[in-house]
Design a protein around this ligand. Sequence first.
Ligand SMILES: Cc1ncc(COP(=O)(O)O)c(C=O)c1O
Length: 468
Amino acid sequence: MSQNHQWMQRDLRVLWHPCTQMKDHERLPLIPIRKASGVWLEDFDGKRYLDAVSSWWVNVFGHANVRIGERVKAQLDTIEHVMLAGFSHAPVVELSERLVAITPDGLSRVFYADNGSSGIEVALKMSHHFWVNSGQAQKKRFITLTNSYHGETVAAMSVGDVALFTDTYKALLLDCIKVPSPDCYLRGEGVSWEQHSREMFAEMEKTLAEHAGEVAAVIVEPLIQGAGGMRMYHPIYLRLLREACDRYQVHLIHDEIAVGFGRTGTLFACEQAQITPDFLILSKALTGGYLPMAACLTTDNIYQAFYDDYASLRGFLHSHTYTGNPLACAAALATLDIFEQDDVIRANRALALHMQKAFAPLAAHSHVAEVRQTGMVLAVEMVADKASKRPYPWQQRRGLAVYQHALSRGALLRPLGSVVYLLPPYVITPEQIDFLAEVAFEGIELATRETEAFSYADKRYPDFRDTG
Ligand SMILES: Cc1ncc(COP(=O)(O)O)c(C=O)c1O
């Protein structure tokens, strides 16, 4: 029996995997990874896979990065953890100073959580609490875009709108207001991204005019709706939204958990709209894929609404045990060093251009409706009918066929439904991008070849979508 198989059997006896229908593993092999380096993952039988999705957006500088690893190792010998209530330490002070320095002007305070969803909860609670402290407790609802994803905890799910993840739990969710997404995949023939995003803003304006009095904040994934299928929109929408939020006195929350740290072509997506949100949430690439951590940045105006004598009960008494963990801070500091020292954003421009060229031929494929790209994220939308953009029935799991083909060729290209995408580590080479384009082309060719009869044995389970 192969080593992979042995580990898989042990795993499947005791684990429950995230975002997985466990029964799938009766026929889909689980891949136990023994070690990883750079863009490569290696399984227990020695097969290598190019990690084209940076292990869910995190490993931007590749696996086993020496510069990050050394910093974390050094931190281990100094202070591994101390609670952050009543105590502090050098890495958390340094990290906070640096985050304030590199994010847009006006963001001056950092509150930490230990994963993206918890970071979202911090922003939602802080926003409503600000209004409570300002004598406007009725401002307790949130506006969100259709097709959004903000995480898995209950409030984070409430501001999400990907049915696969939220529908089952709808009895538990907060009552949020949903506004149609500016998603440019849905634009009309001949309409530019900018024009479409601008036009879609009318719905948001209308909703704000109607509901501002009861709304605490609008929350968005800036420029790319990740788990919703890598749907993209123009920065003009964010600019218009900032202006409207100011006019209607509603907070603007930017969830840059996925898109922060260079993914969209700038260090932060909000830079492309030249705006400062009231809350900016960062996670994932923040620690280069080493340790879980989230940071919620906010303004002095918000901070001051909480600053008072203890007995006023205006303080933000929210905590997570691992808030500001020193090891995670060390990993984040090393990650920021790499961004600074290696001029990463500039180097990424050439890589993004290479991605664009390598994948451009796929646009002509008879079952590809769109090849879209924002910075270092490229997505290919497979459809049943190109002219009408009619999607494949989800039960057919076409993306899963691409995933399986890619694994056989040595690439990890995990799809979202019928959307094949790549968001590679920034240390990828042009040749490796060409390899991924070749694998994606073959996979899409295979997955779309069959027509009517194409389906997997068990149709009961939802599409093979994950949280990006
Ligand atoms: C945009 C966005 N927000 C929030 C989250 C949730 O982060 P976490 O999985 O760390 O809870 C994710 C995760 O994929 C995400 O993509």
